[in-house]
Design a protein around this ligand. Structure first.
Ligand SMILES: [Mg+2]
Length: 324
């Protein structure tokens, strides 16, 4: 359809309302790159949203990659983006699909899981008291002393709205013994799932945990890229997969793998803007059998910059071209 298209990019930095505490430390500013492709009379948008500590390239790597490209690019160039730049591959390939695929005919209606603040602050999160019954919440664990966390957890449970689902995310920060302690408690409460209890190097142990306890386990850090996801699948993992599509590499190959194997997927956010999120909803999630699992896209309340209400064009207009 297109041989080559015009290419421009603009970096962005969005400050979280308050820094996000994770097992990997504090995160204050979400940096990314907006891509703009233009072919014939069509414009399409893409977004590079790396998380280096999650195993993707850094934002600086992504920026350097964009700066080195000419002002016109081809599909073949996008196909040649190396595996070491999975967030770039996602950004460019999704933007390209936006140019060549027809607009989505139906937009999936998704329920979202709301990320609570880490630690005791979760107990005061307004979402707990305003959410409807049946809502899904997510809370980070593996951040403080386990005894304190277990106590907070029981308090948190008592505050949840009726029939709420709670998922926990350890970001790989538990030991085997701690994971057993958590899972024992979670089994009694019917917790929806625990994400990545152990580090990615311990797949065998996570397989054992999944057989020993009834709370479902989800791999997250273990399956950042599509290649890692395929490896874990082929090593026998049949639990849940958290997919952060913007970090996974080729979205076309990701869609194909998910269509071919019936994976239980939790689609998760990397604090991308609506540009990447709409692509994921309309071209990845909508292409798969529908699932009742809430997506992890409930992170709007972590920013108060008004971007959620802006069109891609409006976001673009507010950004400066990078000084290359
Ligand atoms: Mg996670």
């Amino acid at each position: 359809m297109f041989d080559r298209v015009r290419f421009e990019f603009r970096p962005y930095a969005r400050r979280f309302k308050r820094p996000l505490q994770t097992h990997h430390g504090e995160w204050a500013v979400r940096q990314g790159v907006i891509l703009r492709l233009e072919g014939a009379d069509r414009v399409s948008w893409g977004e590079i949203v790396p998380i280096e500590w999650f195993g993707s390239e850094s934002c600086l790597d992504a920026l350097r990659f964009c700066q080195a490209l000419p002002g016109e690019i081809t599909h073949a160039q996008i196909q040649q983006i190396p595996a070491s730049l999975p967030a770039c591959r996602f950004g460019f390939e999704s933007a390209w699909e936006g140019l060549v695929l027809p607009p989505p005919n139906s937009v999936p209606q998704l329920s979202i899981s709301m990320l609570l603040p880490t630690g005791a602050e979760a107990l005061h999160a307004p979402q707990l008291f305003t959410a409807s019954s049946g809502s899904t919440f997510k809370w980070k664990i593996g951040v403080a002393v386990i005894q304190d966390e277990l106590e907070l957890f029981e308090e948190l449970i008592s505050l949840l709205p009726n029939q709420a689902h709670l998922r926990l995310d350890a970001n790989g920060g538990l030991t085997w013994q701690q994971a057993c302690q958590w899972l024992q408690l979670c089994d009694g409460y019917g917790i929806e799932l625990i994400e990545q209890p152990l580090p990615p190097t311990q797949l065998d142990q996570m397989l054992k945990l999944s057989q020993r306890y009834s709370t479902p386990l989800a791999l997250d850090e273990s399956v950042t890229t599509l290649e890692q996801l395929q490896t874990c699948y082929h090593q026998g993992w049949r639990g849940l997969f958290v997919i952060k599509a913007p970090l996974a590499g080729s979205p076309v190959q990701l869609r194909h793998f998910c269509q071919t194997h019936q994976l239980d997927i939790v689609w998760s956010s990397v604090f991308e803007t609506a540009i990447a999120r709409r692509y994921i909803e309309n071209y990845l999630i909508a292409a798969l059998p529908s699932s009742n699992r809430a997506t992890g896209f409930g992170v709007e309340h972590w920013f108060d910059d008004g971007w959620e209400q802006r069109s891609p064009e409006q976001i673009w207009q507010r950004l400066e071209p990078s000084n290359s």
